[in-house]
Design a protein around this ligand. Structure first.
Ligand code: ADP
Length: 191
């Protein structure tokens, strides 16, 4: 079992790199954003809570998203490991993830922090917005998401830094250049 937290601002490329990690290492990809969008499409209770918050660039409450994540983990009892994408986004969520995994006698192996500068993030997200159909890929919401990221999510870096699990990945360059750094970080920690 090897678990990866893929971390970074909106537009940093977490989803794209997660696909490459799945392909090479066979881990199960859990994207809380994808799960919430599926809940919205289904019209579930969680979806109803998430809908307005997502389109404003705000977070779903910690207790809601923590329960969603724990359920998603439990749906994959045979997994070789997980990629957590979009979670944890607050220090409370990071603490919850540790305790959820501890109950199963497993742990986070590495936290990959994909670093991309703000101008590049805005450019990428506006570009994605032309085709993504996402309610949050517009300039006002993008700016709110980046602000919320800086205030609530950046402290999560220190949480993993203290545990010696934080690895900075330079998120600009080609997809393969970014992935090469990810492979090096995983290969040096996986047993
Ligand atoms: P991005 O990283 O591009 O912002 P995501 O698909 O990961 O996109 O998330 C989209 C939105 O879903 C977030 O802006 C937030 O509203 C909600 N969301 C996803 N994950 C979480 C989480 N761990 N905690 C709270 N809200 C979340």
């Amino acid at each position: 079992m090897f678990n990866v937290v893929i971390f970074g601002a909106p537009g940093s490329g977490k989803g794209t790199q997660s696909d490459k990690i799945v392909e090479k290492y066979g881990l199960v990809h859990l994207s809380t954003g994808d799960i919430l969008r599926a809940e919205i499409a289904k019209g579930s209770e969680v979806g109803k809570i998430a809908d307005g918050l997502i389109s404003k660039g705000q977070f779903v409450p910690d207790d809601v998203i923590i329960a969603v994540l724990e359920n998603a983990i439990n749906e994959h009892p045979q997994a070789k490991g997980f990629i957590f994408d979009g979670f944890p986004r607050t220090v409370t969520q990071a603490e919850a993830l540790d305790s959820i995994l501890k109950k199963k006698n497993i742990r986070v192996g590495v936290m990959l922090n994909i670093d991309v500068d703000q101008n590049e993030l805005v450019k990428r997200l506006l570009n994605r917005g032309k085709t993504s159909g996402r309610s949050d890929d517009n300039l006002i919401t993008i700016q709110e998401r980046i602000n919320v990221y800086e205030q609530k999510t950046m402290p999560v870096i220190q949480f993993y830094d203290k545990q010696g699990k934080h690895v900075r990945i330079k998120g600009t360059g080609t997809l393969d250049e970014v992935f090469a750094q990810i492979e090096a970080a995983i290969d040096s920690r996986i047993s």
